[in-house]
Design a binder for this molecule. Structure first.
Ligand code: GGG
Length: 360
């Protein structure tokens, strides 16, 4: 028998539907391991961080939380956000703390159109559409700098400043990442997105770095598009896209648009990567905690399971990752769909079908 490849994963379900979708992803990976004839094993440890933890301890994440998960091979995350905690407190206290604490500066968000799911794009060729949004994940509009003059609060004259931070190093590394990714794809093209006509400092620096880096990749086609025009292009000319690289906020918005065009936010997977592998990377569905359906057993597990497939790729398990991606396509084509994509299946129904379809 060949040697067992063993991976230790920190599961962080977080809030709301996070627990349900992380459970689904764990079942799928455990089924993959069970069918591997001993060549693959996953060990999980769950961390109970999130808004309930905040209610108990005053913290979304333990003070030494980063140290607790630092030595895992990867983090598998659910979702963050719950009505009892202000959204900026929960986001900064957990997801951003992990992403920024572990310098997961590249957030990869593929936009895929599974068969059997109706896309709001009224066109016959959605099966051929396939692009990926690369989100700068460490600075930009999420740099965390700004302030409010609270002294003026309640008098109608308060002023708040929210700064965006663009460093040459930060721009260059994410742009190079996008070009390197484009070289692995059939269509070698990078679309850079800014709003540099209006935001004349940081985003002009981004544009300049993009032009400089592009010169090192003469085999890759390029375009620079303003974010409003790119939003329109997602809807009107998506066949023109391959790798779309954008700042933290712009890419967050565009990737939600992309997954909605594919049929639902519930389908979208993502990887928060520390490409140097100094720290663990984190894999999570793009969707949030969905308080309206949390606990009902009806949320879509496909975004989380697709994120588990990205984790397998990160581990160097390309064949296993493709097996999970194929199971997702087959399950959708069979019409085993949750309500967000027009079906009547539960989270457990979809998970069971995904596991059955791993065998194909
Ligand atoms: N699983 C992703 C998640 O929980 N997202 C919640 C959220 O509000 N994210 C904001 C962001 O990604 O910037």
């Amino acid at each position: 028998m060949s040697q067992t490849r063993h991976f230790h994963i920190a599961a962080i379900p977080g809030d709301g539907v996070g627990g349900e979708v992380v459970e689904a992803g764990r079942h799928v990976l455990d089924a993959l391991a069970a069918a591997s004839h001993g060549t693959l094993a996953f060990t999980w440890r769950e961390f109970p961080w999130g808004s309930d933890h905040y209610a108990r301890t005053g913290r979304m994440l333990d003070e030494d939380g980063l140290d607790q998960v630092r030595d895992f091979d990867a983090l598998y995350f659910g979702a963050v956000g719950w009505p009892t905690v202000p959204d900026h407190v929960s986001l900064w206290g957990l997801r951003l703390r992990l992403c920024q604490g572990f310098d997961q500066w590249a957030n990869v968000r593929p936009v895929r159109f599974p068969p059997g799911v109706t896309s709001p794009l009224r066109r016959a060729d959605t099966a051929e559409l396939d692009w990926v949004v690369v989100r700068e994940n460490s600075e930009g509009e999420y740099g965390g700098f700004g302030g409010r003059n609270f002294a003026a609060r309640g008098r109608g004259g308060e002023v708040a400043v929210q700064s965006a931070v663009f460093t040459e190093v930060g721009c260059e590394r994410i742009i190079r990442f996008a070009f390197d990714l484009a070289r692995t794809r059939t269509r070698r093209k990078v679309s850079s997105v800014t709003k540099s006509n209006a935001q004349q400092y940081g985003m002009v620096l981004w544009d300049e770095v993009f032009t400089r880096v592009a010169a090192d990749y003469p085999d890759v086609a390029t375009e620079s598009v303003l974010v409003d025009a790119m939003a329109a292009k997602f809807v009107l000319r998506p066949e023109d896209l391959s790798v779309v690289v954008a700042s933290n906020l712009n890419a967050d918005i565009l990737s939600d648009l992309g997954s909605a065009l594919a049929g639902s936010l519930g389908l979208a997977a993502s990887a928060n990567l520390n490409p140097e592998r100094r720290y663990p990377s984190m894999f999570e569905p793009v969707h949030g905690s969905a308080p309206d359906i949390a606990g009902k057993g009806v949320c879509n597990p496909i975004g989380a399971v697709g994120s588990a497939a990205l984790m397998l790729e990160h581990f160097g398990l390309a064949a296993e990752a493709e097996r999970v991606q194929r199971a997702i396509r087959t399950t959708c084509a069979q019409g085993v769909l949750t309500a967000d994509v027009g079906g009547g299946a539960t989270t457990k129904d979809v998970t069971a079908a995904l596991i059955d379809n791993l065998a194909d």
